[in-house]
Design a protein around this ligand. Sequence first.
Ligand code: PPS
Length: 312
Amino acid sequence: MDKPNIRPEEYSNIVKSVPDGTFYRFPLQFVHGVPLMQPIANGWDKVEKFHARPDDLLIATYPKAGTTWTQEIIDCIMNGGDVEKTKRAPTHVRSPFLELCSPPPVPSGIDILEVTPSPRLVKTHLPYELVPKSFWEQKCKAIYVARNAKDNAVSYYYFDVMNKTQPEPGTWNEYVEKYLKGNVAWGSWFDNVLGWWKAKDQHEILYMFYEDLKENPKREIRKLMKFLGKELSEDVVERIYRHTSFQTMKENPMANYSSVPSNILDHSLSPFMRKGEVGDWMNHFTVAQNEMFDEEYNRRMEGSDLKFRSSI
Ligand code: PPS
């Protein structure tokens, strides 16, 4: 397909204008052993060959680990704390989603990236092994955010309910099993967090945790500033902190995904900005599910020095 000649601002209008049936719950298809939504698998060639620029910043996560929050904080930092500038476009336009691919004429993440001026904030959920090599050849910086497996599962379950392009989640009980086996889009949480943990010492990768962001957002904002080489005053840190609080982002149409049409993200089923808490898993896991989860968790994480907090 020829690259659509679009400006990022036009993205939402194109998405809104596509005929009924363009979007549906796409099946998963394996790419190098990782299940991805079929349109992503179909567009994989372009992802693999993606040309990163040296000043691209990669924001990588397993889905639902705090991507959007981190994207918003980083966009604030890159704009020197001018939060009005962050309202120029929705998250997915300001910080395009590398591998995202939809049926034509909807532009892919790469189509949007190609018309995005540098420095680009590139979002990905890819496991480390699948990240296009050019990011490392160009010595790009990357920020990885990880979230404890149980809250991550709950958040992903509700997202799969409301995201009408991902496979049906089924019941919560069915979902827990699928998630543990990695039978969800982007595959296994274990593979994703462990792969990036191992990679973090080979490149300029800052490995962060959702729980740390919740516990002390300003400390984590400062950590991000340092990694990005940006010095900002404490007043600016305070402004970024307030602009990126859960409640403010929930009410911000440029940060809450409300601009995506409901045939893709149906917020009436579950809002994208759902709860934003650490420990919500306790409201969902039965004792039996928790035991099963812990058993598999201990097996998969054995020997790793990567530790998570499931409560703070
Ligand atoms: S996605 O679709 O993968 O990009 O989703 P992602 O942004 O990674 O994760 C969405 C979850 O992050 C929560 N969130 C926040 N929590 C606290 N503070 C802020 N500012 C914030 N912004 C987003 C969001 O509510 C989702 O978590 P749950 O647990 O479902 O509420």
